[in-house]
Design a protein around this ligand. Structure first.
Ligand SMILES: [Zn+2]
Length: 189
């Protein structure tokens, strides 16, 4: 039943390895392992399968969910949270940059940074899965992502006040110019 879980894997592009310092590599490897575990957690997987049923999206449309170790830099310099190749059923989830995470940790602490990292990746996966159905309708996908992410976090953490501020960071509106189609900037997840 929970077949989606088996399709999640950590993917590292060896070409990129040489471009980062050992410190960066350590950080991004650790980041990826947090994301990998967060996406495969049974409570989140059950939620995803519920969402897919509700949206009439067949789970077998998803062939591969890659947790990318290194961040993606688009041509306009914006970071990327996720990407979905609808035809191939291939989803990529990208990390936030080290410099951003460091700033977030200084401001809010380690615990909150981890909540943010997990929440951002989960929101990105929800977002990219919805693209399987609403391929180019970015506005609809964004709206639904927000809705479903709230459903998941509220079911799970009924008393958490933290989660609202985490959501605010994840869904913070950002002006993105010339964003290519199917490329999801942070504001999209
Ligand atoms: Zn999108």
């Amino acid at each position: 039943m929970h077949t989606l879980s088996n399709k999640v894997r950590i993917a590292v592009h060896s070409k990129k390895l040489g471009k980062f310092s050992p410190k960066h590599v350590r950080f991004y490897m650790k980041y990826a392992s947090f994301v990998f575990r967060a996406l495969r957690r049974p409570s989140f997987q059950s939620f995803l399968h519920w969402m897919l049923r509700k949206e009439n999206i067949e789970a077998h449309m998803v062939m591969d969910v890659q947790v990318r170790v290194f961040p993606f830099q688009s041509e306009n310099g914006n970071g990327l949270a996720g990407n979905c190749n609808v035809n191939r059923g291939e989803i990529q989830i990208y990390p936030k940059r080290l410099a951003f995470c460091r700033k977030l940790m200084q401001k809010f602490g380690r615990k909150k940074l981890i909540s943010y990292v997990k929440g951002r990746a989960r929101a990105a996966l929800i977002h990219e899965l919805l693209h399987l159905k609403y391929s180019n309708d970015e506005e609809k996908v964004r709206k639904l992502t927000k809705k479903y992410f709230a459903v998941f976090t509220q079911n799970r953490l009924p008393k958490s006040s933290d989660i609202l501020s985490i959501s605010n960071i994840i869904f913070r509106p950002k002006v993105t110019k010339n964003a290519p189609k199917h490329i999801d900037q942070d504001a999209g997840t």
